[in-house]
Design a binder for this molecule. Structure first.
Ligand code: ZN
Length: 579
């Protein structure tokens, strides 16, 4: 489930290499001692490993049960083979070439099929005026707004983003639609609230893949732009929650998420995962870690932990901003006849913090959690700068709409929480939002009105001058820089968080102390002064965020607080409809 189809050729390849090593060892042992029956031992070991792999693949049986069952099958099979050794060897020799043929066919069908599908789709794209701008949406996963220098942070964490902001519009109070990746990305793509598109939790993957009725049947930005003649591509470093295999691929002709390196392909197979569990998680001083470094497999030790709960991807080799940039630029250079729509997810700010080990650390980094979080931001900021310079060199920068934002923030200790996805406090939903497009956007404008990130899709369509206003409900944020009168009437942004089990143990510890989403849904509404947070079972919290930005005083028990909460709560349903 939720593994891309490449696993069909990668898994046999990894197993083959692994089995060859075992075969070599058995051969060496049987050469030293004639008493050991080489073939029988090999049949036993390889049968056991194969059956164990297949049984665990079902994800329905206890690992110990798989182990015992696989041992039993291996013993029985090895015994059966021992009476038919000669004929078995003939059979294996014969069948090998067929297996190789099947493997090569799978490889060609999957990789070639992908390539052919892309080429044909691009060839069929409709005509677009020469002047049509490109669209580049950059999501810096897990970035809270108050850690960027342009949002008032004391450290120079984001000089490149600040430079872009100074030439475009910066939204001081942009609110994410949810506080974790999957629902938030689905909202960015559809322009709808999580309760509307319905992707509020990981859903089982349909046997025949995700059809038109995924995401509540709503159109995605990729689809609309593709129909408008755009070449569309997604480049994701969050390979658990922003992938085509969780259902977010609709509309993207090209989607780069999994299997970008040998290391990553390897740790996605069963034995690769076991290897990762045993050896890639050792301390810096362990022999395994030092051996991997010695072998030049440094990158394998750089793991990402998104979704490291019970759901896959736990030990995925981390995809860094440098790789995302490289993938994007290669894709851009492949075809310049059509304008592009590219959607990027950088995961470098996300836990584990700090950017790549071999990347120079900023001066402030003394190793505390917040120092490291900021260092991750500085790293990805550097790479955003590099990307824009690459686009400038290609003459594309001036004709590209650039949107920089995040899918949610990070607690970093606030309200007793550590990560994200457990609640909807300000540090979890206030994200950066910067839109840059010199021909149409005023320079250096800052908008204080709280806005929702669900409006990004409608804003892009508006900037492109597409007359279609029904697809993405908006209203487009461009209205805010065209007329300042609208600022007081703007719909208050709403965030929604469904009840969920994805919350990591470090955040579960506050259960019972503060309302979190383990035992009920939550939603929140932000006005220029107030922040109302509602929990299905534990009622309301109200913060005067304008005067208490850390949200340390819950005012719900005051008379004014209760009245304000009541007044604001009435906007929830109206707001959801209006969105
Ligand atoms: Zn995220």
């Amino acid at each position: 489930m939720h593994v891309s189809k490449e696993v069909l050729w990668i898994s046999p390849l990894v197993d083959l290499l692994f089995f060859l090593i075992i075969t070599l060892l058995v051969w060496l042992i049987s050469r030293f001692s004639q008493r050991i029956p080489g073939i029988r031992l090999l049949v036993f070991l390889l049968t056991f490993l194969t059956i164990y792999d297949w049984l665990t693949l079902t994800n329905r049986l206890y690992h110990r049960a798989c182990l015992i069952l696989a041992l039993g099958v291996a013993v029985a099979f090895a015994r059966w083979i021992s009476k038919r050794e000669a004929s078995s060897i003939t059979f294996w020799k014969m069948s090998t070439r067929w297996l190789v043929a099947v493997f090569v066919l799978l490889l060609l069908a999957i990789q070639g099929g992908k390539w052919a599908h892309e080429t044909i789709t691009v060839a069929k794209l409709g005509a677009v005026p020469q002047s049509a701008p490109n669209v580049l949406v950059i999501v810096l996963d897990t970035l809270r707004a108050d850690h960027l220098s342009s949002y008032g942070y004391a450290r120079a964490t984001s000089p490149e983003i600040d430079r872009i902001a100074s030439q475009g519009v910066l939204f001081e109070n942009a609110i994410a639609p949810c506080s974790w990746s999957l629902p938030s990305h689905a909202s960015l793509l559809t322009g709808r609230a999580p309760s509307q598109h319905g992707m509020q939790n990981v859903q089982p993957m349909p046997w025949l893949g995700w059809g038109q009725n995924s995401l509540g049947g709503y159109s995605t930005l990729g689809e609309v732009l593709r129909h408008g003649g755009y070449r569309t591509g997604a480049f994701s470093a969050n390979r658990v929650y922003f992938t085509s295999n969780v259902g977010l691929g609709r509309g993207f002709i090209h989607f780069e998420d999994y299997f970008d390196s040998v290391g990553d392909s390897f740790v996605r197979t069963l034995y690769g995962r076991e290897f990762a569990r045993l050896y890639l998680n050792r301390t810096e001083r362990s022999k395994a870690t030092r051996a991997l470094r010695y072998l030049g497999l440094e990158a394998w030790l750089d793991k990402d932990s998104e979704g490291s709960g019970d759901f896959g991807g736990a030990y995925g080799v981390r995809k860094r901003a440098s790789v995302v940039n490289q993938e994007l630029l290669q894709w851009i250079d492949r075809d310049r006849r059509h304008p592009f729509f590219a959607f990027l997810n950088y995961l470098d700010v996300h836990y584990s913090y700090g950017g790549p080990q071999d990347y120079p650390k900023p001066d402030w980094d003394r190793g505390t959690t917040i120092d490291e979080y900021d260092a991750g931001l500085k790293y990805v900021d550097d790479y955003i700068g590099r990307l824009l310079r690459e686009l400038e060199q290609r003459g594309l920068a001036r004709n590209t709409i650039v949107v920089i934002t995040s899918d949610h923030g990070e607690s970093l200790g606030a309200h007793g929480l550590t990560y994200h996805g457990a609640s909807l406090y300000r540090e979890l939903i206030q994200v950066p939002l910067i839109i840059y497009y010199p021909p149409q956007i005023p320079k250096g404008l800052r908008v204080a009105t709280p806005v929702g990130n669900t409006a990004i899709a409608a804003t892009i369509m508006d900037l492109l001058g597409a007359g279609d206003q029904g697809t993405f409900p908006g209203p487009p944020l461009s209205a805010l820089w065209k007329s300042s009168k609208l600022q007081t009437k703007w719909p208050h942004p709403i965030s929604e968080l469904a009840q969920t089990d994805i919350i990591v143990p470090a955040d579960r510890v506050v259960e019972g102390k503060i309302p979190i989403a383990t035992n009920g849904w939550m939603r929140s509404l932000v006005t220029p002064r107030w922040h109302l947070i509602t929990h299905e079972k534990f009622g309301n919290q109200l913060y005067d965020w304008a005067n208490d930005p850390n949200e340390s005083r819950n005012l719900i028990d005051s008379v004014e607080g209760r009245a304000t909460a009541l007044r604001l709560a009435a906007q929830f349903d109206a707001g959801t409809k209006a969105q």
